[in-house]
Write a protein that binds this ligand. Structure first.
Ligand code: COA
Length: 323
């Protein structure tokens, strides 16, 4: 520990203030010159969910400017603002705000609403986060929103909702008057080396083609498709998210009820896993709804656990102000 600073690790070196007043907090709109500090804050939150993953300043700026990962709701946004809170010139907290449009092309649930797309801060900066959150809410109210929601959607896979790995964010939202929705999802990961490989089955034929969102493996029994698995083998967005090299992501897995517990999903995953391994993927993500009961995909979580996935975190969605 040297002089005025104590090293908190990497970019988290922060002023060590003892027995004197804390420096004042400045809250202001984000500037491009904040991008490196903001990227460090974003990546600290990603790292708490996805080991070894980080995103570049360009990816962070891209989300602030145009939500490239949100092809459906992104175009509904009519105003965006990012506020930062600095303590003694050090970025301690940031919030990204959006307002959705009022017209009919915007989904009914989101029409006229405002959202904290994310609120990020170092856990020891709860008071700064509270001040920043209040400023963010005032900004959204000035934009005339009908209700305000909050999420933790960062420009990386599997970082959405408020993950259990960010208890400081859940606590700050709670202090600001937000209440979580009922929906809780488990985020799971498998090491591809642990997943089964392709096997032959006389009763099933494999069909492989481009599906709605990613390559799709289908299990065909006679002339009937009895199960499918859609899985994306590259998350690097053409190399711009290079730290996602080796990660793959699941879009959907489904087996017809009368074919369940006959190894169809295991067979599909085996075929997909061989292809993913051949393409150089090492880790595979999947998601399972935990609550509400009515949304739980029957058998999905026990299947994933049985086949070799483990939970990275659980995430709570649907945070709403004043519910
Ligand atoms: C989850 C699902 C894909 C599993 O398919 P499946 O073909 O039945 O799975 P398998 O037969 O390969 O199961 C392999 C193992 O997983 C576990 N497993 C699968 N389903 C299970 C269940 N309902 N309960 C407990 N364990 C289960 C078992 O250990 C099973 O081995 P066993 O049958 O020898 O005990 C299927 O139940 C399904 O499609 N559910 C609905 C999912 C959904 O809604 N998807 C849409 C959103 S993506």
């Amino acid at each position: 520990m040297l002089g005025r600073y104590r090293t908190g690790g990497g970019s988290f070196r922060r002023p060590f203030v003892q027995g004197c007043a804390m420096p004042p907090i400045e809250i202001r709109p984000f500037r491009r010159s904040d991008r490196d500090q903001l990227t460090a804050l974003v990546n600290a939150h990603i790292d708490a969910v996805l080991p070894g993953v980080s995103v570049s300043p360009n990816a962070v700026l891209g989300q602030l400017e145009r939500s490239p990962d949100e092809p459906i709701v992104g175009p509904w946004i009519v105003a965006r603002e990012t506020l930062v809170a600095l303590r003694d010139g050090v970025l301690a907290a940031a919030v990204h705000l959006v307002r959705y449009g009022d017209d009919n092309r915007v989904g009914a649930d989101m029409r006229g609403t405002g959202e904290l797309t994310w609120l990020l801060f170092r856990p020891q900066e709860g008071a700064v986060a509270d001040a920043l959150c209040a400023a963010g809410l005032a900004t959204l109210r000035r934009l005339g929103v009908t209700s305000i929601h909050a999420d933790g959607g960062l420009p990386a896979p599997a970082t959405y909702g408020v993950p259990a790995r960010w208890p400081h964010v859940a606590a700050a939202l709670d202090r600001a008057g937000f209440r979580p929705g009922e929906r809780i999802e488990a985020v799971l990961v498998a090491d591809l080396a642990d997943l089964p490989g392709a096997t032959g089955r006389p009763d099933l034929a494999l069909r492989f083609e481009l599906g709605d969102n990613a390559p799709r493996f289908s299990a065909v029994h006679g002339d009937r498709v009895v199960g499918h698995y859609e899985v994306q083998s590259d998350l690097t967005a053409g190399g711009t998210l290079s730290r996602l090299d080796g990660w793959a992501d699941t879009w959907s897995l489904y087996v017809e009820p009368d074919f369940r517990r006959r190894g169809v999903a295991t067979w599909l995953v085996g075929h997909a896993a061989d292809r993913l391994r051949f393409g150089g993927a090492r880790r595979l993500l999947d998601y399972a709804v935990i609550a509400p009961e009515s949304d739980v995909e029957p058998g999905l979580l026990p299947f994933l656990t049985a086949i070799g996935f483990r939970e990275l975190t659980r995430t709570t969605r649907g945070w709403t102000l004043g519910r």
